[in-house]
Design a protein around this ligand. Structure first.
Ligand SMILES: C[S@@+](CC[C@H](N)C(=O)[O-])C[C@H]1O[C@@H](n2cnc3c(N)ncnc32)[C@H](O)[C@@H]1O
Length: 230
């Protein structure tokens, strides 16, 4: 099934009003009670994976960035989002890290800064991205090369296919019809395939209808290893 093409609908909903209730409504209520994955579990993933030079894509309210303990007191944090309200909200919240802000679409090749990161976080992003056009997974083509050697790409996404509970199927349908989600075709097989075809050390776990994934930058062939960027 071909989904929507424009990325607009997946970010338009994040108005200041929605952002003011997001932590409670999305991260506590929906995440725990509907999607059956606690925000503590997602925070634990951040805690395991976040590095000193971190790029966060699709930042929302910045809840995890605010609560995670970075491995250094002076992390370099870069925020990328298509919605200026999400960027403003998160940058205020983690102003203590003086984050660098990038207003852009993760589905466009030139949106990303020209540097490398120890970690790239993609929490609750893929289910918002359009399945149509060039497809949502092409974001991984642009993000992969931004990982420093040994760097980790990690995140979580709500899988739209095979939701076992009635309330999950109902809310998924409402969000897909309104364009907030575009995840009807997203399942574990698709996620596994898209990650394995681009990264090494891929790990995916499922909690409720949420997939949590980590992946490392693909090692360069031995003859190119002397030319790796830092
Ligand atoms: C569901 S929120 C996730 C927020 C946060 N990462 C979390 O885990 O709670 C999705 C975020 O992705 C952003 N977003 C949606 N489509 C995007 C795109 N094409 N490029 C960049 N950001 C996008 C939205 O503006 C919003 O801030």
């Amino acid at each position: 099934m071909q989904g929507r093409i424009s990325p607009e609908a997946g970010q338009r909903v994040y108005t200041p009003l929605v952002l003011s209730i997001y932590d409670w409504y999305v991260l506590e209520f929906s995440c725990g009670k509907i999607w059956q994955c606690s925000r503590e579990r997602l925070l634990a993933q951040y805690q395991r994976c976040v590095g000193p030079r971190h790029l966060d894509v699709g930042v929302g309210t910045g809840y995890y960035l605010d609560h995670v303990r970075f491995p250094t007191t002076t992390p370099e944090v870069t925020l990328l989002d298509l919605n200026p309200e999400s960027l403003a909200h998160t940058s205020r919240r983690i102003a203590r890290y003086s984050p660098q802000l990038v207003h852009g679409n993760v589905l466009e090749p030139n949106a990303l800064p020209d540097r490398h990161f120890d970690s790239i976080g993609l929490s609750f992003l893929f289910h918002c991205l359009p399945a149509g056009g060039g497809g949502k997974w092409r974001a991984l083509d642009y993000l992969g090369p931004k990982l420093a050697p040994g760097g980790t790409l990690f995140g979580s996404t709500i899988l739209g296919s095979s939701a076992p509970l009635l309330r999950q199927r109902w809310l998924m349908r409402v969000y897909n019809r309104s364009g907030i989600f575009d995840n009807r075709a997203d399942d574990m097989d698709a996620l596994e395939h898209e990650l394995h075809s681009r990264f090494d050390d891929v790990q995916i776990e499922r909690e409720g209808v949420v997939a949590l994934f980590t992946a490392r930058r693909r090692s360069a062939p031995a003859r190119d290893s002397a030319h790796q960027p830092d």
